[in-house]
Design a binder for this molecule. Sequence first.
Ligand SMILES: [Zn+2]
Length: 437
Amino acid sequence: MTNKNLSLMIAVTAFSSACGLESSGPRDVDVDVANPTDGAVESIDTPEVKPPGSIEPPVIALSTDRCDDAAHAGEAWKQTASHHFALNFFAGTPADLDQSDILAKREAAYNEIRTALGVTQEPLVTAYLTPSRLAASANGRGAGTAYPGQNRIEVLYTGAEDGYESNRYGHELTHILEAYIDPVNLRRHPFMSEGLAEYLDQSGRDMHAAYAQQLLAGMETRVRLTTLESRDVSARNYGRAGSFVQLLVERYGMPTFLDIFRATAVTWTNGCWTHAKVGCVNTPEKLTAMLDDAIQTKAYETWAVVQQAWEQKVHEALASADTELPAADVKEIENLVRVGDLAIARRDADMYRSTLDGFYCDATADAMRDEVSRRAVSAMTGMTSKIEGIRATGIKNFRTAQVFVRRTDSRGLASFITLSVEHLPMGWRVTWGPDWF
Ligand SMILES: [Zn+2]
C-alpha cells in the first residue's frame, strides 16, 4: 500500500466520523473510493485524523470528468423490437445491456398512456437511444426529443438508476401518443403538451409538489404561482405546466380534461403557434385567453375561478414539498464546494476543473471548461464559500440540485451565487455556475 492510499483511507475515515453518519455503502464518500489504485482519487491534504464531532472534514479529491464520452460516430445501429416499439442503440452501451427491461417498461407505459388518453390507434414507435450527449450529437440525434406524427423518439439512455429515461420514460412517449387524441389536429399548445407529458411521465410524482420544488429552488418564478409569463408561452416552465394539468384532471376528471385539452389545438402558422379563436399565441395574455376560452367552453368555469383553486394547491405544496437530498449526497456536494475553494486557494486550475461536469460537452467543449477553471482560480483569489442551502430539483439527465452559496472575498465582502449540480456517473459535479461564461 502506498502512502497515497494510506492517506486516502485516513481521509475517508475522518470524513465519515466527522459527520457522525454510519457508512451506507461506497457512494457514502467519493464514488471512486473503492478503486484508489487507478490514481483517480487521492487525498489532497495530508489529513489529520480529527476527533469525532469535528465540523471540518478533510477535502476529498475528485476525479476529473473529461469530455471524453464515446461518440460512436457513424457506427451501425443495433436493433430490437416489441409489439409497439423498435429500439435502435449501439452495441455494448447501457441500452444494449438493458434492452428487455427498456421494452417491458415502455410497453407498460404505452398501455397506460394510451388508455388515459382514450387513443384507439396503436402506432409503432421508433426510438433511438444514445448513451451520451456527445454520441447523440455525433449521430445527428436528439437528446430528449419526440417527433409527433412521425412516431419517433430520440433520447439519452445512460443506464443510471436515477437517469431520466429510467424514471420518466413516459414523457416523450406521451408526446407521440398525444397526436392521436384528435383526428383533425396533431398538436396542442406546448404549455399544455408539456404539462400532459409531465403528468403522464410514469414517475408517479405529485405535480404540485414537483412544481413547488422548482419554485423553492428558484428554477421557476416564485412571484408568479399561477399567472403566466413568457416562459410559459414557450413551454419552458415544466413544473407549472405539469401542476396545471394535474389541477384540471383533479377538478374535472380525465374525460373533461381531454375536452379542454383538445380545445387548445394549435397549428404552426407564420412562425407562431396559432389557435382558431385567439390567433397567434405569442404572449402570456393570449395564452391565458386561450385557456380561459377552453375551460369556459368545456367545463363552464372561468380562468379566474380555476386560478384561485390552483393557487391554493400550489400554496399547500410549497408548505410541504420535500426539497432535501439524502445525507450522502449532501456530503458529496459539500465536498465539491470545498474542492473548488481549495483550488482557488492554491490557484490550481486542474483541481477546479475536477469540480465541473464532463457530460454537457456537445454545447461547450473541454477547452472551455479548462479556460473557465483558469479564469476562476486567478480572478477569485482569497474567495471562500459557505453553502446556505441545497435544494433538490428532480432529474435532468441524472438527479439535479441547486446549491446556494455565500462567497466571501479577501476584504470580507459577501456575494451570493447559485450552482447547478448534477449526479453524474462519476459523482456530483457543477454543470453551470456564474463562472461559466
Ligand atoms: Zn416534452
